[in-house]
Design a protein around this ligand. Structure first.
Ligand code: SF4
Ligand code: SF4
Length: 457
């Protein structure tokens, strides 16, 4: 496979210092408005990038106070960065919102209930061990007829909008949810072409554990040795997107330390250098690429999204030769006459945050008789946005319905998403609500499935 140059978006530039006034380049043209997810569902200027930039200018000038009302218009921002891509004047809204988020955490700006809910999320989501303990009693509920009954009967509405939103995202809990089960080093199959580290992601490894299993198989089958520190936790993306700076630094430092603990002479990961630290969840990749300013130290190798790395290295000849067509939902195999139509969903932190667009499509096209369909509004957020679909459930649900309808309108039989938050949001809204039920799978899972079919043939 040929090498793909990585397009680096403005938002991906790490370590850019905040200089006042970043709001200056905004000429109020409004080109960013159609791509703005919060403006799409709320329809008010104050909930658009232009309106927020205007508010920031007024705050800078001392003409407006950041009170609870103004803060609500910043809380409605999903941080999707679509406005950064859309802006012809190069306004760095990503830096503006990142600098503003910590100020929104002042206790007087949110209700005690909202603060308590956020504290609960930040105490649970970034900690796989705690989350596993919390999820254990739900094994008898998640994915069972009982869950369907509770939803249909309206019982889940009694939980209130935020807990109901959590319940609606809860997937069936596989045994792998409760254990990682990877060795520290997974050797390359055949001749070794590269050696990398792998970050499992905190939410991904619990709610979609098959993604990491597929990633490890695909990397190994492509001649890539994989080092997986067993004590790794959250990368800090969940807290970073909410301006929880100290918490983010602590999580990032712990993740870096988990790699240091296994690498080196006499350690289980060995002393040989890594070429990259990979991750298969794009929200995590976006945060990890900014560790030079978010963490006290950095990884032993540059961070890369798994698609970015695989496209750059190229799939091995042996791997490509094994790839087989995938089945249609009716079980028949895709063919030249009847290809499998897949809609790829661009996660915001992959597309706008890291400038990664071609690479996952390039990998998917390696699968025989797979046809890619492009949704009309690929650059608009699905409403997941970290914890946004939990703390702003109504707006997120509306965006989820819009995205589900857009994806379904492509005529795809399957949707592919490379970010766990988007995957959970899409599964919820593609589950027969706004459109016909469509399965959602990670591109690496599809690649793995295609390769395994060739190995087993
Ligand atoms: S942020 Fe950019 S696109 Fe949006 S109004 Fe300002 S100059 Fe125009
Ligand atoms: S980050 Fe997304 S939601 Fe926020 S202003 Fe920009 S486009 Fe709108």
């Amino acid at each position: 496979m040929e090498t793909t140059p990585v397009r680096t978006s403005a938002a991906a530039a790490p370590g850019a210092a905040l200089q006042a006034p970043l709001t200056d380049p905004c000429v109020h043209c409004g080109f960013c408005l159609p791509s703005c997810a919060s403006y799409r569902v709320l329809g008010t200027e104050m909930d658009s990038p232009r309106g927020r930039i205007h508010a920031l200018k007024a705050i800078e000038a001392g003409e407006l106070a950041l009170d609870a009302t103004v803060a609500r218009h910043f809380d409605s921002c999903l941080g999707c960065l679509a406005c950064v891509t859309a802006c012809p004047s190069g306004v760095r809204y990503d830096q503006l919102i990142e600098a503003t988020r910590p100020k929104l955490n002042a206790p007087e700006l949110r209700s005690p209930a909202a603060q308590a809910f956020r504290r609960l999320l930040f105490a649970l989501l970034p900690y796989p061990r705690r989350l596993r303990i919390a999820l254990a009693p739900l094994r008898a509920y998640a994915g069972t007829p009982l869950q369907g009954l509770a939803r249909r009967s309206g019982l889940t509405r009694l939980l209130g909008p935020q807990l109901e939103a959590m319940e609606r995202l809860l997937p069936p809990l596989a045994p792998e949810t409760f254990r990682d089960g990877f060795p520290v080093v997974v050797p390359a199959r055949g001749e070794r072409r590269a050696r990398v580290g792998l970050v499992l992601g905190c939410v991904q490894r619990l709610f979609d554990p098959q993604v990491n299993a597929a990633a490890v198989r695909v990397l190994s089958a492509n001649g890539i040795e994989v080092v997986i520190p067993p004590e790794q936790g959250c990368c800090g993306a969940v807290t970073h997107h909410q301006g929880e700076e100290a918490h983010t630094r602590a999580l990032a430092d712990a993740l870096v330390a988990s790699f240091e603990a296994v690498l080196g002479p006499g350690r289980p990961g060995g002393a040989e250098p890594l070429e990259a630290v990979l991750v298969a969840a794009s929200g995590c990749g976006h945060t990890m690429k900014a560790y030079d300013r978010l963490a006290s130290g950095d990884f032993p190798a540059p961070v890369a999204d798994i698609h970015e790395f695989l496209a750059r290295l190229g799939l091995s000849q042996e791997f490509r030769q094994r790839l087989q067509p995938l089945p249609h939902p009716d079980g028949t195999q895709a063919s030249a006459e009847r290809p499998l139509t897949v809609a790829f969903h661009d996660a915001c932190h992959m597309l706008h945050g890291q400038g990664i667009e071609a690479q996952p499509r390039q990998l998917l096209r390696a699968i025989p008789h797979l046809r890619l369909a492009e949704p009309m509004e690929a650059g608009v957020c699905c409403g997941s946005a970290g914890i946004y679909n939990l703390v702003q459930p109504q707006e997120a649900a509306e965006l989820g319905r819009i995205k589900a309808a857009d994806l379904a309108a492509t005529g795809a039989e399957l949707v592919s998403s490379a970010n766990i938050g988007c995957t959970m949001q899409l599964r919820r809204h593609l589950d027969g609500e706004a459109a016909a039920a469509l399965p959602v799978q990670h591109p690496i899972q599809l690649l793995d499935q295609s390769w395994r079919a060739g190995v087993e043939a």
